[in-house]
Design a protein around this ligand. Structure first.
Ligand SMILES: NS(=O)(=O)c1ccc(C(=O)NCc2cccc(O)c2)cc1
Ligand SMILES: [Zn+2]
Length: 258
């Protein structure tokens, strides 16, 4: 008979607490943001994004998300200001498209979800030596969350969605500056939270922009189909035993997403 091991991330939050007790911690992300219940903190200034010298390295599809990684040997691309006491270095950005069609965002606003959510992940290189070390510290990471709403075509997102077709796993993806993915206003909500996927470390200072960026249904669809395409590819490999035992995802989820 066929033994299919279950990818933890694919099984989702209901089982994560078994392997990651922190999943029942007191600063877990994502959350529902209720604007009229937020408090204004006059001590919080604006955030600044210095991305002009950023150097992207590659784009990866890990079957759950598309990740674009950056070189981070120095403070060439950082986020600073707002709730942050130090500059935090850009390490990667990725999207959450979700398997639910046009409601893939992780954070919600007054219970409403967006088509997708972009996370720009930064780490505190002033206080910590590596990303891994920062990822376990309460002030180690700063993630900038940007909602994607469907509407007109986004003129730069096509660079990501066009690149997806080549991306079976990981390919070079140079000179992509994520500044082109920002909305016009940098007004934000901020709270102390966690990674939204295992290991769920409670190490993230969340900065969620109030204004979404607009992308077309087609661009969201292309990205979702691409993730499914990879999952379908995985299904094929599993059925024909090409995928090593410990690399298998949960068949049920793959079928659910189709
Ligand atoms: N969705 S999220 O922005 O909360 C998020 C950001 C980064 C990561 C991540 O980097 N996971 C891998 C990881 C975690 C801890 C230490 C590591 O070296 C790597 C996970 C979720
Ligand atoms: Zn994320």
């Amino acid at each position: 008979q066929v033994f299919i091991s279950f990818c933890l991330v694919c099984q989702g939050p209901p089982v994560w607490h078994k392997n990651y007790p922190v999943a029942q911690g007191n600063r877990q992300s994502p959350i529902d943001i209720i604007p009229h219940q937020t408090s204004h903190d006059p001590g919080l200034g604006p955030i600044t994004l210095n991305y002009d010298q950023c150097t992207s390295i590659n784009i990866t599809n890990n079957g759950h998300s598309v990740v674009v990684e950056f070189e981070d040997p120095d403070d060439r691309s950082v986020i600073l200001g707002g709730p942050l006491d130090n500059p935090y270095r850009l390490k990667q950005f990725h999207f959450h498209w979700g398997g639910k069609g046009c409601h893939g965002s992780e954070h919600t606003v007054s219970g409403n979800s967006y088509a997708s959510e972009l996370h720009l992940v930064h780490w505190n290189a002033v206080k910590y030596k590596t990303f891994g070390e920062a990822a376990t510290a309460p002030d180690g990471l700063a993630v900038l969350g940007i909602f994607l709403e469907t509407g007109d075509d986004h003129r730069w997102l096509h660079m990501i969605t066009d690149a997806l077709y080549m991306v079976k796993f990981k390919v070079n993806f140079k000179a992509f500056n994520p500044k082109c993915l920002l909305p016009s206003s940098l007004h934000y909500w901020t709270y102390l939270g966690s990674l939204t996927t295992p290991p769920l470390h409670e190490s993230v200072i969340w900065i969620v922009l109030k204004e979404p960026i607009i992308v077309s249904e087609k661009q969201v669809h292309v990205a979702c189909m691409f993730l499914l395409h990879l999952k379908a590819g995985e299904l094929h490999d599993i059925l024909f035993f090409k995928t090593p035992y410990n690399k298998r995802t949960k068949m049920k989820n793959v079928l659910d997403d189709m």
